[in-house]
Ligand binder design. Structure first.
Ligand code: HSE
Length: 430
């Protein structure tokens, strides 16, 4: 029986849990895969840190890069994170030196996944990253293997647990974005510097990876709309409630002909949609394909347990040898689809304008809309001291026209104090 020798680089919460779990479940993995595994080396910044595991001195490697040259190692688990420095060098060098790589590093994969998968194929090793999207949800393997017979045309979902927690808390407890963020930080969901999550970057990296897997295209990692939730206020959440809608940060990708329409932004969705009721740190992903139709995946999107589950699934696939292509296609066959021009996007829009409550303001708003070919469907006005919140829902309108109107509002700060725009995703259109 072959034994696979592993090295783990990065022993934070997740690395330590992977170490513990692999040791604890060695026998089950042997039974299920038909192979033995052995962690022969570990490397991290600090040897002395208390981790609740016994690490013999001979397992410890001070210089992680030297592991890539160690002839006895078959698989390197990269859990350092980030798309530069040690993590980047380690993954490139490991593949060049014919080591299989398992990583949870979405940022590295979203940026260098195309190059890395070519390198993996050239060196006849695997590069797997199930933990990079959706935490413990086996979304990557489900699409690559479970849906192998399908043509996928649409993938979308809640890919960031931190922002979903913040939005759920705002709605549930009627608290501000800032207070919900502080709560998320206290509970360890949001990092001290939360920008990657709250600005939508984390979700953008994840949808870039999923698009490439779903559509067989090169990774589209820039030049698409990425908006976070920092502008979403409790007023918007409450207006949404009155309209029977919920605000969710969605990552969406569709293939339209030879174009990929990919984006991350808050969406107003009907409370009756399945995905509207995914709350807290939970992630959910919807995949539409043929012949299968729609499938929905839901589960813990982060944390040491779910991430470890995904990492061990990758290790087992490498041992069994049933998951050769990182993105489900040979990197040589990946297509270079064009980026959809988002100016042509059409949907209903929610626009909230905080105005000075004066004569003629509504007339001004109406003329800006008329000038830009935007038709208003509903309008609610709520006075607030000398100011007033005017909430408008448009009929289907074109993104370019709506953006022009928004520019006109922001230009005239003496009347229009603040504007918020949220795209509406109704049942039928994306
Ligand atoms: N920060 C991510 C989230 C988890 O909140 O979903 C890691 O991908």
């Amino acid at each position: 029986m072959k034994t696979f020798n592993l090295a783990i680089v990065g022993l934070g919460n997740i690395g330590t849990e992977v170490y513990k779990s692999l040791n604890k479940n060695k026998d089950i993995i042997k039974k299920k895969t038909g192979f033995k595994l052995n962690i022969i080396k570990v490397s991290a910044k600090n040897y002395k840190k208390k981790r609740g595991i016994k690490l013999s001195k001979n397992k410890w490697e001070k210089n992680p890069l030297s592991l890539t040259k160690n002839k006895n190692i078959d698989i390197i688990i990269e859990l350092v994170g980030g798309n530069k420095g040690i993590a980047k060098k380690l993954v490139f060098e490991s593949l060049k030196n014919k080591k299989h790589v398992v990583t949870a590093n979405k940022s590295l994969i979203a940026k260098y996944g195309d190059q890395l998968s070519i390198l993996a194929e050239k060196n006849a090793v695997n590069l797997l990253f199930e933990a990079s999207v959706g935490g413990g949800i086996p979304i990557i393997r489900s699409i690559k293997q479970g849906l192998i017979a399908n043509k996928i045309f649409h993938v979308y979902g809640i890919l960031n647990g931190t922002t979903n927690y913040i939005l759920s808390e705002m709605e549930d407890k009627n608290i501000s974005f800032k207070d919900a963020l502080i709560k998320a930080q206290k509970l360890g969901y949001a990092e001290r510097n939360p920008s990657s999550d709250v600005k939508g970057i984390d979700a953008a990296e994840k949808i870039s990876i999923l698009s490439s897997i779903c559509f067989g295209c090169k990774i589209l990692n820039k030049g698409f709309i990425v908006e976070g939730i920092t502008n979403v206020t409790i007023d918007d959440i409450n207006f949404a409630k009155e309209l029977g809608l919920k605000i969710k940060l969605l990552a969406i990708s569709e293939k339209i002909g030879n174009y990929i329409k990919q984006r991350v932004h808050p969406c107003l969705i009907p409370s009756s949609l399945d995905i509207a009721n995914i709350n807290g740190v939970t992630n959910a992903i919807v995949v539409d394909g043929a012949p299968i139709g729609r499938t929905i995946y839901e589960g813990e999107g982060a944390g040491k347990g779910p991430t470890t589950s995904a990492i061990i699934s990758d290790i087992s696939s490498i041992m069994v040898g049933n998951d050769d292509f990182s993105f489900g296609h040979s990197p040589k066959t990946k297509k270079n689809f064009k980026k959809y021009n988002f100016n042509n996007h059409e949907c209903k829009y929610y626009i909230r304008i905080l105005v000075n409550d004066k004569k003629g303001v509504l007339y001004k708003i109406a003329s800006i809309f008329a000038r830009n070919n935007i038709s208003v469907r509903n309008l609610v006005q709520k006075p607030k001291n000398n100011l007033s919140n005017i909430v408008l829902i448009t009929h289907y309108a074109k993104e370019i026209n709506v953006m022009k109107a928004m520019k006109s509002f922001t230009k005239n700060k003496s009347i229009f104090k603040k504007t918020v725009l949220i795209r509406i995703r109704d049942q039928n259109k994306l």
